[in-house]
Write a protein that binds this ligand. Sequence first.
Ligand code: TPP
Length: 372
Amino acid sequence: MVSPADIYAFLKEKDVTRYVGVPDSLLKYFCAYVAEHAEEHIIAANEGNAVGIAAGQYFATGQPSVVYLQNSGLGNTINPLLSMADPSVFGIPMLLFVGWRGEPGLPDAVQHQKQGNVTESLMKGCDLDYEILPEDLDAAKECIGRALKTCINEKSPFVLLIRKGTFESFQSTSFASSHTMSREEALGAVLDALPEDACVVATTGKLSRELSELREKRGDGCGQDFLMVGSMGHCSSIALGIATSQPKRSVYCLDGDGALLMHAGSLPVIASERPKNFHHIIFNNEVHDSVGGQPTPVGTLDVPALALACGYAQAKSIKTKEDIPRTMKSFARRDGPSMLEIRIRPGARGNLTRPAFTPIQNKELFMTFLKS
Ligand SMILES: Cc1ncc(C[n+]2csc(CCOP(=O)(O)OP(=O)(O)O)c2C)c(N)n1
């Protein structure tokens, strides 16, 4: 294992001082160290956004930045990497630290397996230079030194794949929240207030896992829920597709603040379709809770004002459990699209399980429900 502090110090010696990225569970200790020590650190909306910021930093400073991400986010980087940063276009050096979820041969959740299996071939297919970061400090320093030399000389991005368990733990000061309700409590109150025939599209991360456990505990069955496991930021688009295709069905999108931000361009698209049956609920804990609790700028954003500016018909922010049924019922009586922001605290139970059914089984049950 290598310590985040040693890698950070080595990069600093080499004049690499700027960090930008989207958090990943495999990189969480490194991200936490960077968050507390780096003079320049930006948590981006999505991974393509991070590549753009790193390009601007290079133009302004002549130094490569570190872009960190989970391999799930590689897809978001491919466009700016190949059509901007590539040596055949503008030639922009940057070091990408990519958490390798789903590495072949290691157990991981199903949504990480395909991405993990093709991660190396994706690098090769995109002509991206890459190495796997060694877990021994001297070898890791040599590897980073080589990567930096290559990316600076060739004016190109260089990827360092980071295996599970590469970084030693770093205990960061925890994020101070002024909110008291947990996501699970808020979810329970939302379920109590849902219309019977409503379908639910739930976002990536722990929210979907909590939803599936709550349904099981309540004996509700799970046919009416689509539990997004990957594809972060797209659950509101899926919900829109359902809402426009089944205008009589109430559609509830249960979203996170990080996921909302990741593809916030979907908001004006949703509003422009004017789906009366579309209800967007944001569980805003102000952090990327599912991968380590790194802050999002949605903590300081006026979320209802954003929704209304995009053209949503109704929007409100609430903080208490008692407000959930009241507001949901009042929203349901009028035309959508509506957005309800529930301010909650970060954190989840340590013993949270994953759904017992596969994504394919989930899709089939959900489609059967939508036929009813
Ligand atoms: C494209 C992409 N980038 C990064 C990730 C890793 N990831 C999974 S969940 C998550 C955080 C989600 O944050 P938020 O939507 O605020 O929900 P919370 O976990 O706080 O409930 C991240 C970054 C991913 N799955 N996909």
